[in-house]
Design a protein around this ligand. Structure first.
Ligand SMILES: Cc1ncc(COP(=O)(O)O)c(C=O)c1O
Length: 388
């Protein structure tokens, strides 16, 4: 009798198109696969690896905490949360905010939108064309991609406006029924578009006039990614709510919501089982330590300048997008094959976006100018056959 083992094996729910690479080890800006091949990681696992793979201080902090207390619930005191808030306030300059901890980017936005609705008593939201805010209930409803919205997500009333369209914004807000405007510091998945300083300022003033809360989604653009702690800080505004995740934990799942002190909490308003757990707190605190001690904000800004200088020498390039180490190279062809070539022939990870012509760079903030040079050497070899 033969047994069909295949039928007995549990399969993964196959939702991810995968590259044929299996990283099993990481250090700094490199990962290695099971055959020992080294890859230069200019993707950072989608902007998550902020201080580098297996950063020694990070590994030591998480290990030490795991050996003493890995988890206890939010029903008891956890001074690690306060220590994290102190460090975060100091490094980001956002000392006028309160911190709520959760587990992912979508959850941070979900809580931010809920908070805005609780605070204003309203339910309508303004978001922007090409936005991405996550895949859960309200977060996916304010994401401009119908393909990932199920019928159950269609109950929230959302107006999607063009970035920088101040007239439509004023018009929508003046109706007085909008609880929140949610906007990315720099659009990530959408393809690195950013609203102008003038528009951000209008957004802030119009939100205040109309009693609407301004939510800055800094999930991808925050935690030093752009050389500023948060991307919005370049525009000189003060959002009501800031959401964070990705680089916050350098791979440990953690998200956070910063709520301006003018908005008060009440017990039971928000909550989570795992959010703010002991391991997550020390992981994120270690990220902040490394950002501060290694001067990674300044470093990111400097390496970014170098990247831009090198990029300008590419005759095939149409546009450089983004800021800091949240960068994109736009060509007049789709970059899918180029990304494959970079992975399989040159052993370098890069990112994509909704804009199929945009090659995205989201490396650990510790990436060096030499590593950027290696990337451009490889890229130039790949582009030899592409007419300028
Ligand atoms: C700007 C932005 N917001 C929200 C999210 C959702 O985060 P998560 O995948 O952790 O739920 C992402 C993820 O790519 C993002 O880029």
């Amino acid at each position: 009798m033969t047994t069909d083992h295949k039928d007995n094996n549990m399969k993964l729910f196959d939702v991810y198109p995968l590259y044929d690479v299996t990283p099993i080890k990481g250090e700094g800006v490199y990962v290695w696969d099971e055959k020992g091949t080294q890859y230069l990681d200019l993707y950072g696992g989608h902007g998550v690896i902020s201080i580098g793979h297996a950063h020694p201080h990070y590994v030591e902090s998480v290990n030490k905490q795991l050996a003493s207390l890995g988890f206890y619930s939010n029903a008891v005191k956890n001074p690690l949360q306060e220590q994290l808030a102190q460090k975060l306030g100091k490094l980001s300059g956002c000392t006028d905010y309160q911190l709520f901890l959760c587990n992912s980017g979508a959850e941070a936005n979900e809580n931010a939108l809920k908070l805005a609705s609780f605070t204003t008593g309203r339910s309508k939201v303004i978001a922007f064309k090409n936005s991405f805010h996550g895949r859960t209930s309200a977060a996916v409803a304010v994401t401009d991609n119908q393909k990932i919205q199920a019928p159950i997500n269609n109950n929230l009333e959302v107006s999607f406006l063009e970035l920088n369209d101040a007239e439509s914004l004023k018009n929508e807000l003046s109706k007085g029924d909008v609880c929140a405007v949610i906007i990315e510091g720099i659009q990530g998945v959408g393809g690195l578009d950013e609203a102008s300083t003038e528009f951000f300022k209008t957004l802030q003033s119009e939100c205040r006039v109309n009693g609407t809360l301004l939510i800055l989604d800094e999930i991808q653009s925050g935690f030093g990614r752009t050389g500023d702690f948060f991307a919005f800080q370049k525009h000189g505004i003060t959002p009501d709510i800031i959401t964070m995740a990705k680089g916050m934990g350098n791979g440990f799942p953690i998200g956070g919501v910063l709520i301006h002190n003018m908005h008060a909490p009440w017990h039971g308003m928000l909550g989570t089982t795992f959010g703010g757990n002991h391991l997550a707190c020390v992981a994120s605190a270690a990220v902040l330590d490394a950002i501060e001690e290694e001067g990674l904000l300044q470093h990111a800004a400097e390496v970014s300048q170098h990247f831009i200088k090198e990029a300008k020498t590419l005759p095939q390039l149409k546009k450089i997008k983004g800021r800091g180490l949240m960068l994109g190279l736009e060509f007049d062809f789709e970059v899918g094959d180029l990304r494959k070539q970079l992975i399989y022939e040159h052993h370098m990870f890069t990112g994509g976006s909704n804009n199929k012509n945009l090659l995205r760079i989201l490396p650990p903030l510790s990436v060096t100018k030499e590593q950027i040079n290696q990337f451009f050497n490889a890229l130039k070899q790949c582009l030899i056959t592409v007419p300028s």
